[in-house]
Design a protein around this ligand. Structure first.
Ligand code: AKB
Length: 325
């Protein structure tokens, strides 16, 4: 039976770049997504199906010796608020099915299946924190935040059971802020305005932002996102009792992002049409995150300036992505 890595939601903003990074490994990859793949790598078996399909999940864990799982299939905050039942099914039941399948596999093979789960700043609330720490008030105000917290707690419980058994799963989580990628344009998220602005500016499009210009939120570039995922998944052993860690590079507001982009794209116009569905969520998410635990555990580095993020990475990459050298 071949060793293999399972990745779900590989067509998404984080999944796509994680699959690219994992494809450089020798290990076979089983890539599951509800949509077709438009990118083909040699060492990847593509499965077009839902994470809710129990038969598919059973066959994956029967046909392959799954050693790692990267689970990105999910509805983001706005999509989840618009479709709570589907969000509960996908974000909770689908995630639990994967965790249970991996746990059974680990027990059967007397091994630990290492699982990466992308949690979110959405678990914080109800008030907007500064320098939010992992053990701060955790009272999520959104369906999505509650979904993420349920799985953080379920995965941690199954990890603790695995430690008692001596095999099962090794569950690892990052609480992601907004992600800014020059390669994909996300939808369904509250922090999507940041990557959407980047792409609009490069394509000479005006952008209407649904979040107040002064609202501060934490962000990570996609490059640092993938680096952090690979770091937490390669640390031999996490000493901390925590299983979910904060990661952030920089705290930004829509007006700060617009100003950074207008340095390179002076004709870029942003106007604001505040949408309460977006603003009410953004007002419960932290302004910025304390990442000391990630620094302690695997030397997570986040000394990133606006210049480093935009002028040295996002802008050159977005121009390359659209062939605008
Ligand atoms: C969203 O905005 O829903 C996500 C997130 C911060 O988890 N990008």
């Amino acid at each position: 039976m071949h060793n293999a890595i399972l990745i779900t939601g590989f067509n998404g903003e984080i999944g796509r770049q994680t699959l690219l990074a994992l494809s450089k490994k020798e290990t076979l990859i089983i890539a599951l997504d509800i949509n077709e793949s438009d990118i083909k790598y040699d060492n990847v078996v593509y499965i077009k199906d839902s994470i809710l399909n129990k038969d598919v999940m059973k066959s994956i864990f029967t046909d392959y010796n799954i050693i790692e799982v990267y689970h990105f299939a999910a509805l983001l905050s706005q999509s989840a608020n618009n479709n709570p039942e589907l969000a509960r099914e996908v974000n909770e039941e689908g995630s639990k099915l994967i965790i249970r399948s991996a746990m059974d596999h680990g027990i059967q093979h007397k091994s630990f299946v290492r699982i990466f789960f992308p949690s979110s700043i959405a678990v914080y609330g109800p008030r907007k924190l500064q320098d939010a720490k992992e053990w701060d008030i955790i009272k999520p105000q959104t369906i999505y935040g509650r979904n993420k917290l349920v799985i953080e707690q379920f995965g941690t419980q199954k990890y603790e059971e695995s430690i008692q058994l001596g095999y099962g799963i090794d569950f690892r989580c990052l609480r992601f802020p907004g992600i800014i990628s020059p390669y994909t344009i996300p939808s369904g998220g509250t922090t999507d305005f940041a990557p959407q602005m980047l792409h609009a500016a490069c394509n000479n499009e005006q952008y209407t932002c649904k979040v107040d210009p002064s609202t501060l939120l934490p962000f990570l570039s996609i490059k640092s996102t993938i680096h952090a995922i690979l770091q937490i998944m390669t640390v031999p052993h996490i000493q901390s009792k925590l299983r979910a860690f904060n990661v952030e590079e920089i705290s930004l507001s829509p007006e700060e992002i617009a100003k950074e982009l207008q340095k390179e794209f002076p004709k870029f116009i942003v106007d604001y049409d505040i949408d309460s569905k977006f603003q009410s969520i953004a007002d419960t998410w932290p302004e910025n995150l304390n990442c000391d635990e990630a620094k302690k555990e695997w030397n997570f580095i986040n000394d990133c300036s606006k210049n480093a993020m935009f002028e040295q990475y996002l802008i050159p990459e977005i121009k390359k992505n659209y062939g605008k050298y």
